[in-house]
Structures are given as structure tokens and as C-alpha cells.
Design a protein around this ligand. Structure first.
Ligand code: SF4
Ligand code: SF4
Length: 165
């Protein structure tokens, strides 16, 4: 159990056990997607986030972290009244893929209360994670599968979608 309630290890173990099944299931969506898939995906996404309280988890903020766009950097640096170069030197590095990411995790903007201290101006990637409301979800199958290992919501999403279809 993490400090605030969601048993992240439990979900991770389930996701590991079901990786094969989940991979096969997601592949079937790519082969022949139901006509109303986007609508069903939106519904499953809503149901999952009615069940899962991200403020009781924050595992993505502890372990993954976002890729920063230039617009993210400009917006957040401005918020702190910092020059872009100072913000980047202080918080970011370029990873092996050439993307700008946090120098270290957990995210420096994750508060002790488990809340994001820059929520309204957080990076786009943070807003979109875990991408479970994405149109044509089968186009990001590899990402969804990977996310089930760190994100209880992504795991539940795949489970619910499987039950529904
Ligand atoms: S998006 Fe996933 S990993 Fe991040 S806080 Fe919510 S449930 Fe946890
Ligand atoms: S900026 Fe906010 S939402 Fe994004 S990783 Fe940090 S704490 Fe989480």
C-alpha cells in the first residue's frame, strides 16, 4: 500500500500476470475495431476515473514523469518568473531519445500532500496521461500495455474494456 491508499504493487502484479492476455486483447482491437470503439473507450475512461482517485496514487508523478514541450517550459518558467534557461538548468535534462524530462524523480512539483503544486499549468503530457480517452486507442497499444504496469487506472481500463467488448 502506498502512503495514501491505492495498493500500487497489487495492481502492478496483476498487470504483470495479465500482460500476455492484455497484449492479445489489444491486438484484436487493431485487427478489427468495433464501430463505436471511441464511444466505448470514453465511457470506460470515465468509469475508471470514477473508481480511481489519482490523488491517492500519484505513481506516475513519482516514477514516470512527463516529456516537456517547449510550450510547457515557457508556461511553467513564466509562472515561476524564471528565465527558460534557468528553469531548464534547475529541473530538466535531455534523455537518450533527445526529449526534455525531469532530472530526477519523484517530480519536484509533487507536494507532500500527494497533490501537484502546479496543477493548472502542468505539462501537457501530465494532463493526457494515461491516454485512456484517446481516439483509435489501438494506435497506442504498446503504450497502454506499458502503462498498465505503473498506472492502476490504465490496468483497470484494459480490464473494463475487455469485459465490455
Ligand atoms: S494516472 Fe495512473 S499512475 Fe497516475 S495517479 Fe492516476 S492512477 Fe496513478
Ligand atoms: S507536474 Fe504535476 S502532474 Fe506532472 S508529474 Fe509533476 S506532480 Fe505530477
Amino acid at each position: 500500500m502506498n502512503q495514501t491508499g491505492i495498493d500500487i504493487e497489487y495492481y502492478k502484479q496483476l498487470a504483470q500476470q495479465k500482460q500476455g492476455e492484455h497484449r492479445k486483447f489489444l491486438a484484436t482491437l487493431k485487427k478489427k475495431a468495433p464501430k463505436d470503439l471511441d464511444k466505448i473507450v470514453q465511457q470506460m475512461h470515465r468509469e475508471v476515473f470514477e473508481e480511481i482517485d489519482c490523488t491517492a496514487c500519484a505513481n506516475c508523478c513519482r516514477t514516470l514523469g512527463p516529456l516537456f514541450t517547449e510550450a510547457d517550459i515557457t508556461r511553467i518558467a513564466k509562472h515561476f518568473r524564471m528565465k527558460l534557461s534557468v528553469f531548464e538548468d534547475l529541473y530538466l535534462k535531455v534523455d537518450e531519445d533527445g526529449d526534455k524530462v525531469f532530472q530526477a524523480m519523484p517530480c519536484p512539483f509533487l507536494g507532500e500532500d500527494n497533490l501537484c503544486s502546479i496543477y493548472d499549468i502542468r505539462p501537457k503530457a501530465c494532463r493526457e496521461f494515461p491516454h485512456t480517452d484517446c481516439k483509435k486507442i489501438y494506435q497506442i497499444n504498446h503504450l497502454t500495455l506499458k502503462n498498465t504496469l505503473t498506472c492502476p487506472a490504465a490496468y483497470l481500463f484494459v480490464e473494463k474494456l475487455r469485459e465490455r467488448l
